[in-house]
Design a binder for this molecule. Structure first.
Ligand SMILES: [Zn+2]
Length: 541
């Protein structure tokens, strides 16, 4: 009998952190059957010569929001071209449960995650579900090229059970309902729970409420993944996550921590040494958000319940009068910390292109915020607001201590966020489709060894999220394998990035094998759809 696949002349970095070695890998029935310096049996349906290439386990992205995208398009070219074979969805408190699909679309819409038209399109195009188990069935029927894990979203649960974003404690009855829904979701194959403590409604939950929720997750061996209360300051917010981990006895994942707070990373390492099971992901490089005008109007609508009631037309009216404008400017977080620093791109007026709001406002003697509101009120103008710009500090940042890069608990999380079906220009981030090659580059520039970088994106997340048959090139493990032309593993840098091309993919990954099936070949994605819905401890949903 022959193998399904043999990879020969491989330079193997197996994900354990141990030194690279030359060898051959045989794949059969979706699993790694044999790894040896020289295989005895040589016949296979397919043989790939990996001479000069790096062979690694498929990478794992613990922080994404692709739970609706998969319904539309299961190809995941953006992930495969980076070598990512597993993604964990349902982060930041947002998830596909509880109750029915309509409830979820409504939640996503009200939180500005999808537009009203997308809400209708999703509901019309895709079968409805009434439970997490039914959602998984839909994903499996549609097919996915990469493995898919799901977290339950505390925000969605709280919002659904309490009938909206209530700034109060749940009643006993509500609290019991939330906990029983968590138990139900865990039984149906969730990997844990996520919180979005900077957002409504999770931010209204006190630590004790979160400990209670996390304790249910711990009972099922799940993880507590948290978008922490960044508004408290990273250190204090991380300390709360650690406290929850201790009190609930749950594994903790701190989401998208930025290296602006090296002391918060140090605190995580300290807690780990003291016995708390904790890890952290970071977005290695971000351009901030690119938000098109229509989407920006939607975010303004979500600023207050009053505007929400009135809809987009109400926002347009508010932009026309003084009182309305004042109300909008009361909360400028959607414009970033400084509206003047917004860069205008994808404009229909070349005079505006790539200019900051501050410089344009100065020319006409206006305040930047006023000038921006004028533009938003002007039906003739079309543009995208680029918040943050290229100068946002990157991981691990020149002025930050190397301890952040060398912290063994730091993994990458791209925070890819679903946008509109078939409309990538509505809202995008320039660098997130390249999070993995950017992480590799930044870490190796800091002197972190290749074997250690690979461990951080494979066995570290696999172990922490209890994906027990992933993250290592080892006999018996699932055959998620990358063959990478490492010298050319690359994503555009600040000078090369093209803001008008939100669909740019990473380069350098030659082959990706997902559960034994060739899913990317010579850099081109195939419709293998071999991805599985992963549960805890090697179970599948
Ligand atoms: Zn988040």
């Amino acid at each position: 009998m022959s193998y399904d696949l043999i990879i020969k002349n491989a330079n193997i970095v197996d994900g354990s952190g141990e030194p690279a070695f030359k060898g051959e890998i045989a794949v059969e029935d979706g699993k790694i059957k044999k790894i040896a310096h020289k295989l005895l049996k040589k016949d296979a349906t397919r043989i790939i010569d990996a001479e000069g290439q790096l062979v690694t386990p498929g990478f794992i992205d613990p922080h994404v929001h692709e739970e609706l995208v998969v319904l539309n398009n299961g190809l995941f070219e953006d992930f495969l071209s980076q070598g990512v074979t597993t993604i964990i969805n349902g982060n930041c408190g947002h998830s596909v449960t509880p109750y029915d699909a309509r409830n979820i679309y409504q939640y996503m819409y009200q939180n500005g995650l999808i537009s009203s038209s997308a809400k209708e399109v999703y509901a019309k195009k895709h079968p409805a579900w009434n439970s997490l188990a039914e959602y998984f069935e839909i994903v499996k029927t549609k097919g996915t090229n990469i493995n898919f894990g799901i977290l339950l979203g505390h925000g969605t649960l709280r919002w659904s059970v309490m009938g909206g974003s209530k700034a109060r404690k749940p009643t006993n009855e509500e609290s019991e309902e939330i906990k029983s829904l968590i138990a139900e979701g865990m039984k149906q194959g969730a990997l844990g729970i996520s919180t979005g403590l900077s957002y409504i409604p999770s931010r209204y939950a006190k630590t004790e409420e979160l400990v209670e929720a996390a304790a249910v997750v711990a009972k099922y061996d799940g993880v507590y993944s948290s978008h922490i209360r960044y508004y408290l300051g990273e250190l204090e917010a991380v300390q709360e996550a650690i406290e929850i981990g201790k009190k609930a006895g749950v594994r903790v994942q701190v989401s998208h921590l930025t290296p602006t707070a090296p002391e918060a990373f140090a605190e995580i390492l300290k807690a780990s040494k003291a016995g708390v099971e904790i890890a952290v992901d970071t977005i290695p490089k971000s351009s901030g958000h690119c938000t098109r005008k229509d989407r920006m109007l939607q975010f303004i609508m979500a600023l207050s319940s009053e505007l929400f009631e009135k809809g987009i037309e109400g926002v347009k009216e508010a932009l026309q009068d003084e009182e309305g404008r004042e109300k909008i400017l009361e909360n400028t977080t959607i414009f970033g910390e400084n509206p003047g620093s917004i860069i205008l791109i994808n404009t229909n007026d070349p005079k505006l292109e790539l200019k900051t709001v501050a410089e344009l406002a100065k020319k006409v003697g206006k305040e930047p915020a006023d000038f921006l509101l004028d533009l938003l009120a002007d039906d003739e103008q079309d543009f995208t607001c680029w918040l943050g710009g290229l100068n946002r500090e990157d991981f691990p940042g020149k002025e930050y201590p190397d301890q952040v890069a060398f912290n063994p608990l730091v993994m990458v999380g791209s925070d890819r966020i679903f946008g509109e079906p078939d409309d990538p220009y509505s809202w995008y981030e320039l660098f997130r489709r390249g999070a993995f090659p950017l992480f590799f580059k930044m870490m190796s520039d800091k002197g972190v060894k290749l074997e250690e970088i690979v461990r951080r994106v494979s066995s570290l997340p696999a172990t922490h999220f209890k994906l027990s048959d992933r993250g290592l090139l080892k006999e018996g493990m699932a055959a998620d394998i990358n063959i990478i032309d490492y010298n050319n593993y690359h994503y555009p840098n600040n000078n090369q990035i093209d803001y008008s091309k939100p669909l740019t993919n990473a380069e350098g990954v030659r082959y990706v094998i997902v559960n034994g099936k060739l899913t990317l070949e010579n850099g081109v994605v195939k419709t293998a759809y071999a991805g599985k819905c992963l549960g805890l401890n090697g179970k599948y949903n």
